[in-house]
Design a binder for this molecule. Sequence first.
Ligand code: X2X
Length: 347
Amino acid sequence: MKKTGLRLLALLVVISFVMVQAGCGGGEKKPAAADFKFKDEYKLTMNVTPQTMWGQGATKFAELAKEYTKGKVNIKVYPNAMLTGGDQMRQVEMVQNGSIDFMVNSTINIAPTVPEFDVWGLPFLFPSYKAVDAAMASPAANDLFKTLEKRNMIGLAWGENGFREVTNNKKPIKSPDDMKGLKMRVVTPMYIDIMRALGANAVSMNWGEVFTSLQQGVIDGQENPIAGIIIPNRVYEVQKHLTNWHYSYDALAVVANKKTFDSFPPEIRDQLKKAAVDAMKWEVAESRKALDQGIVLLKEKGMTVTDLTPDELAKFRELTKPVYDKYAPKVGPQVVKSFEDAVAKAK
Ligand code: X2X
């Protein structure tokens, strides 16, 4: 009898504990975050310096995350791909396996793991920022985030690295002929194919090595956004010529490890999502604002800045069309079509 009584008591204790945990205790319902065990630090990786637009956007995300979660989520930004020893591609793998919690990353660095992400950079897909904005706001961009989920990641917001403009030390580039034999640093297979289609020699290299390699003449040129990277990283100190060809757009994505993100109480998830969206909205606006002034600065620093006529651009487009056609099926015809539709509507 005594034993049964004890068992009953134990059962009652367990039941009341479960009820309190579930918020049925009759008292004030506590927000789930009150009991959640947060880590002291959540790690965020990025490939660039804090001075870049994207670096500033990542810092803004960390600040807003802290503010909106009332200090519960403390994100530390690790720049220059330092958590992966400078290997810019490995950042995605570390976020996938949870050794890093967040990244603010270029879609170029994500595409080798998530081929759908190459859609942003397809040669000459976007004729203008208006077209970019239309795609970013469209369901197509949201669907792209869904492709992250089956790879253990969650997309929180889109930002902007920018249109990637080509620079080099040999001569102003006005036509594909000017690119013949130039040693051009790029990042991924799609860009290697683009450079080859234009007659250049493509070299794949981590961003961390580019400045010194340009300085030492190991490579002749590179391509990156003006406001996003070229100015804040003083690429003009080691490059003479820039061509505004807008050949490939590079978006940024704020991404979280899925397990880490899903484990957060719902209100924390909402606050983090809002922090990412607000930070990237700010980052995109700042990066666009810096652009006109940036071109003036490049000229002041002694660079030649070449703009192309529609006819001149058409030659680059024609030669890179086979690369577009090669990568469209890898991206997925549906994804490409929905982006093309968004672009067409924006015209
Ligand atoms: O490596 C680059 O060129 C950079 C900084 O733009 C990216 O990380 C894709």
